[in-house]
Each structure stands twice: as C-alpha cells, then as structure tokens.
Design a binder for this molecule. Structure first.
Ligand code: GLA
Length: 394
C-alpha cells in the first residue's frame, strides 16, 4: 500500500470510530476501472480489455450478530439501514440500493449473510464513467461475504455476475459485465482480456514504457442511460435480422466483418452502422492484445484512435466534450492514441502515453480542452492496479 493509501485508511478508521465508537475489524477495497479498448462489446457477448485503477471504494466494517446492515456513506454524509430479510428500494438514498441489491443477489445465490456496521468511502470520481458504482457493488459484496465468513463461497466471475444482476434488477440500471468483472479480478501491472460470453479471462501485461492518462470532461452524461438502452436494442435487432441468413448466431460476437459486409443490405443503415462498430471493435480488441504482446505501442495507439472514430461515427456515443478531450490528447507529444472510455456521452477519455510524457499530455488537455469547451477538466494518471481485496485491520 502507498503512503497516501495508508493515510486514507487511517482517516477512515478514525471516521469509523467517530460513527460507531469502536474500531473496525476489516476493510474491503474495490477499484474503479478504465477500459483500454472494447467498448459496447460486453453486452454483445464480445471482448473487452479494461484496467483496474488506483482509485477505489472502501467499506470498513464489523460483523453484527443480527440481520441489520447499518451504513454511513462518508461522501454523502448520510446513514442508511436495512434488514437483510426485508430489502426494499430506498428512494431517499440511491446509493443504498447498490448495497441492498448486492446483498439480495448474494443471498439468491445461496450465501447465508449476516448484518454489518460499516462506513463507505470512495475516491473514484462519481458519474464520470470510471465505474464508481461497480467499485461500490464489489466492495460491498466482499464486505458482506467476509463478514459471513464466505469469502471463498463464490469465484470472482460469479461475484461480478451477482453484482451485475443487482445493478440490472435491483438498482434498475442496464449494464454489461465488464465493470464488475475488472473491479473484482483486476491485477497489478495488467489489463484483463475478458470473454464476456464464457467469462473466461486472461491477464495481459500492461506495457512497460507506457502510462495511462485519463481526462475527465466534467460534462453531463444525462443522455447516457436512454441512449445505452437504445444501442443495446439496435444490436439485438441487427442479430435478429442477420439470423435469417446466419442461423447459428446468437449475438454480434458471432459475426465477422466479412459476413456483415456480405449481408449489409438486410439491415437498415443505422442498424448496420451500430453492428459495424461492435463487429470491428471486437476485432480491434484482439489486434490490441497482439500488438501489446509484440510491444508495438504505436499500433495500440492507432487501434485506440480507430475505436474512438468508430464510437463517434458509427455508434454515435461521443459528444463535443469527448471529441475535444480526445483531440487534445491525440495531438499531444508522446501520446500513442486516445479514445472515449465507458458508455460515452460525457465522462472520461483515456490516452496511452509514453512514460515521462504524462505531464505534457496533461498540460495539452488543460490548455486545449478548457479553451474548446469552457470547462475545467480533471486529469488522472493511474497505474494498472489490483482488483478487489479484503484487509484485516486488527
Ligand atoms: C458501461 C457499462 C459496461 C459497458 C460500457 C460500454 O460502462 O456499465 O457494461 O457496456 O458502458 O462499453
């Protein structure tokens, strides 16, 4: 643990003591993520290549003997309490629904949980497309599992699945599996190649000599939810239409670029464009993994730029702010490539940058993005970090 991470833990222990008049026994930690490449592919049974960040959500807790979960959310300065036997949607504290949802999904999978007293705190920027909600879900899942002595009851993939199920069916947000998966299974110094159909995964060493620079547009993502659902429906429509000539397919993952071109006339133009993004993006993920293995960072950068163009032109999930951010990054000295990351419509872009050039890229972002958009952005540099884990505080 770095000194600043240790200091943060100490501050949170003090906060816990203030709130509960006793020390916490345990802390669970789950990171946010940035996706290198493979955007809007996860819900098409495709491939993604995310990295866990050095920013995370932490839950410090003590086990309780009863079925009550009492939580204090530091950043919201708010308390929520619920009974594991009586979970119902909390209209007042939206964040509490992530915790309840995860508890529900874990119990549905047969885990016998116990109550906890806990505090929650995170430094993943919220609402910025860096998966603070997946960090919250996974951190709570690990806390509840640890409190019940059931940390080994489910493999990481299934913890991720349970959290996704909670977000889809308790919180009511339609998301794929990527964010929860990388938050659970990320590994220091690595990206994770995830097959979102089989849930198989492979650690891909993060290239030495390169850094990740993340630019937060600080622009609103208000369109993200409805547009996300619309894109998902369009992909399903594409599969349905293509099944008339490709009966074996069940998702866009099964379609190659050649097949798509051959049967293009079956699809309305907009559906064709959406499908073309997904199909070519899956191909770019594999090409990126190959280029990383060869140490060809220029090619990785080119693929990231191509991903952004495809998201902007074919999938139309970029925005003026994201385009301005990506332009500033791509034009900066030492930047191999850059693209929007996450669902789009705002939030963050990610750049792969030659080590030592992080400050140059950051300066270019502050100067050019702020001028273009009249918004002051935030910039983060993060190493590829480890996934969720539980720390004994006794
Ligand atoms: C959001 C979702 C993910 C994924 C991305 C787009 O982050 O939560 O599951 O679909 O958008 O790649």
């Amino acid at each position: 643990m770095t000194t600043s991470s240790q200091n943060r833990t100490q501050t949170l222990i003090d906060e816990f003591v203030t709130r509960f008049q006793t020390r916490p026994s345990t802390m669970s930690v789950a990171p946010g993520r940035v996706n290198l490449i493979g955007e809007h592919t996860d819900y098409n049974d495709g491939f993604v290549l995310p990295v866990a960040l050095d920013r995370d959500v932490r839950v410090l807790f003590n086990r309780r003997a009863d079925r009550t979960v009492r939580l204090y959310a530091v950043e919201f300065d708010a308390w929520a309490e619920f009974d594991l036997d009586n979970l119902k949607f909390n209209d007042e504290h939206f964040w509490a629904n992530y915790v309840q949802g995860v508890a529900w999904a874990l119990m549905e999978r047969g885990l016998a949980l116990t109550g906890i007293d806990g505090i929650i705190s995170g430094n993943v920027p919220r609402g910025s497309g860096l998966s603070s909600s997946a960090g919250l879900e996974i951190s709570c899942a690990k806390a509840l599992m640890a409190a019940a002595n059931q940390l080994d009851a489910l493999p990481g993939e299934q913890i991720a699945k349970a959290a996704q199920h909670a977000e889809n069916h308790f919180v009511g947000v339609n998301c794929g599996i990527m964010d929860q998966f990388i938050s659970t299974l990320g590994s220091e110094g690595h990206a994770l190649l995830i097959d979102c159909r089989s849930l198989g995964y492979e650690l891909v060493p993060f290239p030495t000599g390169a850094s990740l620079v993340i630019g937060n547009t600080k622009a609103s993502r208000s369109l993200a939810n409805s547009a996300y659902n619309e894109r998902r429906a369009q992909c399903e429509e594409g599969v349905r239409l293509l099944q008339s000539v490709l009966p074996g397919i069940t998702a866009l993952r099964d379609v190659t670029s050649e097949q798509l071109e051959t049967h293009k006339d079956l699809l309305p133009p907009i559906i064709y464009q959406r499908c073309r993004h997904v199909v070519t993006e899956n191909e770019r993920v594999h090409a990126t993994v190959d280029a990383l293995a060869r140490g060809d960072l220029a090619e990785v950068g080119r693929l990231m730029n191509a991903s952004h163009a495809s998201l902007r032109n074919d999938y139309t999930v970029s925005s003026d702010a994201l385009d301005a951010m990506v332009n500033a990054m791509q034009g900066a000295e030492g930047c191999f490539g850059a693209r929007l990351t996450g669902a789009g419509f705002g939030g963050c872009a990610v750049a792969l940058v030659a080590q030592g050039q992080e400050a140059a890229v950051r300066d270019a972002i502050f100067e050019q993005y702020s001028k273009a958009m009249n918004i002051w952005p935030e910039v983060y540099v993060s190493p590829a970090s480890r996934g969720a884990h539980v720390v004994d505080l006794t």
